[in-house]
Design a protein around this ligand. Structure first.
Ligand SMILES: [Zn+2]
Length: 472
């Protein structure tokens, strides 16, 4: 039996910070304690480092078709970059097509990931319509595939957008079946009008992407989704919250006692709308939806993470090269593929800008990048914490090293990094997934295909009785 022992590190979970050794056996944490007997085990020295549970990225789009092109990062390059960044599990969005069986879409997504992923992964399922066929398939999606979260788009008219009736019926079905409904909350109908009008007026530059998707339309859609959730007595997770108007609606819903949760992303915490005005069409590198906002929103988002109005950080990884892909939108901002390469820097940016700058605590940091996500999406306590019986998904993190983020050194397959030149403190040194090194001393030692598909528990199931680690 192969055993490993992590020695001399400081263990950090969402609740605790303490010095201890960890014994890893059969991919799981077998023992936690001081001065454990290391005989027979491969010793990993974590002196001077934090040891925290592997990050879980609840929001990725790998190998995803969009606007006539496909994201640059697939399940291999995307998960390698994720691992370098301290993430050991991702949940990717499985897109569906109207009139097509859900089963077929899920198979397509399995085929994209199988043999490629170097860390574990699960899927969310996009719901674009509610028909008798879809309703009949949903219980199987949950029971057989362990897909317990459904995504509804309120924006991208004529592409992904679903109508309010579909959102409402999805909320009702999710309540019944034990799933969490995720929304992309922007008012797609009004955005459609504003973008057409901008083009008619001859406004074609990247900045018009932001100007035609004002924060009021994100706030409005967020509020509408919250109201429908209340009516359906269901549960809602608002992805990529970018602005004060949306935070306000989520806070209001939570104050009423509704099961409403909110995610933000690193890009909204540290970048702002002025990036879209960069010369030579470089603003296109920062085009994604919702768009970057005026700088003052950043403080609102940080405060919301601090006080619990927002609970998680996703990357919304959706990468396109500047050359040849983002450039498709020269002369028409609506043709710029939406998305950015973020998967690798999610954890480091939150640590450096959040913990190091005193905006959140170290325990909150672990909760925001891992534990809370595991609980909301049915992965806890197998993942998302350091406890006896949990998967040995671990990040050995040097909190003192200083470095500069750059496309020259990142591991994503794209030709730019939106955080280029940003100084951060802290870096994952080694990363283990189920007890095996994926990154060791900053070198990739993982294997495509090692990553396993994870079936997830129903929403809410593990908030009560399943909050118990099964000893084996
Ligand atoms: Zn997304």
């Amino acid at each position: 039996m192969m055993t490993k022992m992590v020695k001399n590190g400081i263990i950090v979970t969402a609740a605790d910070i303490y010095e201890a050794d960890l014994l890893i056996q059969d991919g799981k944490i077998a023992m936690i304690g001081r001065n454990l007997d290391e005989s027979g085990a491969e010793v990993i020295d974590a002196k001077g480092c934090y040891v925290f549970p592997g990050g879980i990225d609840p929001h990725t789009h790998l190998d995803m078709p969009f606007g006539g092109t496909v994201t640059k990062d697939d399940f291999e390059s995307g998960t390698i970059a994720a691992a370098f960044g301290g993430t050991t599990t991702i949940i990717d969005f499985c897109l569906t097509n109207k009139g097509e069986p859900l089963k077929k879409a899920i198979e397509t997504w399995h085929n994209k990931a199988t043999g490629k992923a170097v860390i574990d992964y699960g899927f969310h399922l996009m719901i674009s319509e509610i028909t008798d066929e879809v309703l009949a398939e949903l219980p199987k999606v949950i029971e057989e595939e362990g897909i317990t979260s459904f995504k509804v788009f309120m924006a991208y008219k004529n592409v992904f957008q679903a109508d309010d009736g579909t959102l409402y019926r999805t909320l009702v079905a999710a309540k019944e079946l034990g799933a969490l409904v995720m929304v992309h909350a922007e008012n797609g109908d009004v955005i459609d009008y504003l973008t057409k009008k901008a083009l008619e007026d001859g406004h074609t530059d990247p900045i018009y992407h932001a100007l035609t998707r004002p924060p009021e339309l994100e706030g409005e859609a967020t509020g509408r989704a919250c109201q429908l959730t209340e009516l359906a007595d269901s549960q809602l997770y608002v992805v990529h919250v970018s602005c004060a108007q949306a935070v306000e609606k989520i806070a209001e819903a939570r104050n009423k006692g509704l099961n409403v949760w909110g995610e933000t992303c690193p890009q909204y915490l540290v970048l702002d709308q002025s990036y879209l005005e960069k010369p030579n069409f470089e603003g296109a590198k920062y085009v994604w939806s919702p768009p970057l906002r005026e700088k003052w929103h950043q403080e609102v988002l940080w405060n919301a993470l601090k006080n619990g109005q927002l609970q998680t950080l996703g990357s919304d990884q959706c990468s396109f090269d500047f050359k040849g892909q983002k450039e498709l939108g020269r002369g028409d901002f609506t043709k710029i593929p939406n998305g950015g390469p973020i998967i690798e820097d999610r954890v480091s940016i939150l640590f450096s800008e959040g913990v190091k700058k005193g905006r959140i605590t170290l325990n909150q940091f672990v909760d925001i990048i891992s534990t809370r996500i595991a609980k909301l999406f049915g992965l806890f306590p197998k993942k998302g914490t350091i406890a006896v019986g949990a998967d040995a998904d671990l990040v050995i993190f040097d909190p003192t090293v200083e470095r500069v983020i750059s496309a020259e050194t990142h591991h994503m397959a794209v030709d730019y990094n939106p955080f280029e030149g940003m100084k951060v403190t802290g870096e994952p040194v080694s990363v283990l997934c189920r007890g095996e090194f994926v990154v060791r001393d900053k070198q990739f030692v993982g294997k495509p295909g090692y990553g396993q598909y994870v079936k997830r528990a129903k929403y809410g199931a593990l908030m009560a009785d399943q909050d118990v680690v099964k000893m084996s």
